[in-house]
Design a binder for this molecule. Structure first.
Ligand code: NI
Length: 138
C-alpha cells in the first residue's frame, strides 16, 4: 500500500466556492475525495488519448422484432478482434431489449464497436462509456 501524502492547494476563493458547491451536489464528504476523483478522471482521459487498453461499457436499447437486428448485434460482437468480457441481455417488454456489453481493447477499436452497434437499424439508443482497467490507478 502506498503512503498518503498531504499537500496544500492555493485557489481563487470564487473557484473554491464553486468547487464546494459541486462536491456538495455530488455528495462527497470531503474535498480530498473529490480531488482524487478529478485526478483519476483526467488520468483515464490520458489513457484514452494515448491509446492504452481500456474497458468500454456499451448499453443498447433495441426492438428485437426488427429484422436481423439481433443477429447483427451478435455478428458484430463475434467480429470484434479483442475481448468482449461480458454481455447481459434484459427483455424489458414485448418489444424492447436492453443489452449491456463490456469490451476491452484499444480506445479506437472499442469506440468503433459501439459505433457499429449504434448504426444498426432497430437500435433506439446506444450509450458508450469508456472506463479504465484500473491497473494504473490507486
Ligand atoms: Ni430481449
Amino acid at each position: 500500500m502506498n503512503k498518503t501524502v498531504r499537500f496544500g492547494i492555493s485557489l481563487d476563493s470564487e473557484l473554491l466556492k464553486r468547487f464546494d458547491k459541486y462536491i456538495n451536489k455530488e455528495k462527497y464528504t470531503n474535498r480530498s475525495e473529490a480531488i482524487r476523483d478529478l485526478i483519476r478522471e483526467q488520468l483515464i482521459r490520458l489513457q484514452w488519448q494515448k491509446g492504452e487498453t481500456i474497458i468500454g461499457v456499451i448499453s443498447l436499447v433495441y426492438d428485437h422484432h426488427l429484422r436481423e437486428v439481433v443477429s447483427k448485434i451478435i455478428d458484430i460482437q463475434h467480429d470484434f478482434p479483442h475481448r468482449i468480457i461480458a454481455s447481459q441481455h434484459v427483455h424489458m417488454d414485448h418489444h424492447n431489449c436492453l443489452e449491456v456489453i463490456i469490451a476491452e481493447g484499444k480506445p479506437e477499436q472499442v469506440k468503433q464497436l459501439a459505433s457499429s452497434l449504434k448504426a444498426l437499424k432497430g437500435v433506439k439508443h446506444c450509450v458508450f462509456t469508456p472506463t479504465t482497467t484500473g491497473k494504473e490507478l490507486k
